[in-house]
Design a protein around this ligand. Structure first.
Ligand SMILES: [Zn+2]
Length: 234
C-alpha cells in the first residue's frame, strides 16, 4: 500500500489543527486574565495540598511523641508521690522536671504545626471557592468566544474526524512513528527530496538510497528519520 498520500494529508491536518488551536486559545484580555488566574490557583492548590499532607504526617508523628512524653511524665509524678526518702525524692523531682521539659519540647512544635494545618485548610477552602467562581466566569465567556469562532470549531471537528479516518488506515507502528516525528520535527515528518538532499535536514542522500526510494515510494532519511519522497516533476 502506498502510504504517502495518507501521510501527506495527515501532516496537512496536523498543521491545520495547530493553526485552529492557536485561534481558539488566542483569548481576549478579560478571558486571558481569568485563564491566567485559573492556572495560578490550580498551581497553588497543588502545592497547598502537598504542604497539608506533609503537615498532617508531621502532626501524627509529633502527636505520638507527645503521648509518650505524657506517659513518662505520669510515671515520674507517681515516683515523686511514692518516694519516702529525701534522696529518693530529690532524684524523683529532678526526673519529673526532665520529663516536663521533654513534653514541652514536643508540645511547642505540635502547636505550631496544628495552627499551620488550620491555616492551610482555610486557604484550601478559599482557593476551592475562588476556583469555582473564576471557572464559572471563564466558562461563560468561553461559550461566547466559541460561538464567535464557530467556523474554527466546525473546521476543527471535521479535521479531527478526517484525522481519525486516516489514522485508522495506517499500521499502528507506522502511525506511532509518524506521530513521534510530527512532535520531534516541528510538524515536518514527511519531506520531499530536494536536489538529492533530504528536504528536512539537508543531508545529501546516498545513491543506493535514492534508487531504493524510487522503487519504494518512501524511505526514512538516514539522519533525521523523516519520511522522504520524490516530489512529482513540476
Ligand atoms: Zn533528513
Amino acid at each position: 500500500m502506498n502510504v504517502l498520500p495518507i501521510l501527506l494529508e495527515l501532516q496537512g491536518i496536523h498543521e491545520n489543527l495547530r493553526t485552529i488551536q492557536r485561534d481558539l486559545t488566542a483569548f481576549p484580555p478579560d478571558m486571558a486574565t481569568l485563564d491566567a488566574e485559573l492556572k495560578a490557583i490550580t498551581k497553588r492548590q497543588e502545592s497547598a495540598s502537598k504542604e497539608l499532607a506533609d503537615a498532617r504526617a508531621k502532626d501524627e508523628s509529633l502527636d505520638g511523641e507527645l503521648k509518650l512524653a505524657e506517659r513518662l511524665q505520669e510515671h515520674a509524678k507517681i515516683a515523686v508521690k511514692q518516694s519516702t526518702h529525701k534522696v529518693q525524692y530529690t532524684a524523683a523531682i529532678r526526673e519529673l522536671d526532665d520529663r516536663e521539659r521533654q513534653k514541652a519540647a514536643v508540645a511547642r512544635p505540635l502547636k505550631e504545626i496544628r495552627s499551620r494545618i488550620s491555616a492551610l485548610e482555610k486557604e484550601t477552602a478559599e482557593l476551592e471557592a475562588r476556583h469555582l467562581q473564576v471557572r464559572a466566569q471563564f466558562d461563560e465567556l468561553h461559550q461566547i468566544f466559541l460561538s464567535e469562532h464557530e467556523n474554527q470549531v466546525a473546521a476543527r471537528d471535521l479535521q479531527q474526524l478526517r484525522r481519525s479516518e486516516l489514522e485508522a488506515s495506517l499500521e499502528p507502528a507506522a502511525l506511532s512513528r509518524f506521530n513521534k516525528l510530527i512532535l520531534q520535527r516541528q510538524g515536518r515528518a514527511v519531506v520531499p527530496v530536494d536536489n538529492g538532499n533530504c528536504g528536512g535536514c539537508r543531508t545529501k542522500l546516498r545513491i543506493p538510497l535514492l534508487a531504493q526510494l524510487r522503487e519504494q515510494g518512501t524511505i526514512p532519511c538516514e539522519f533525521c528519520q523523516r519520511v522522504l519522497f520524490i516530489p512529482p516533476k513540476q
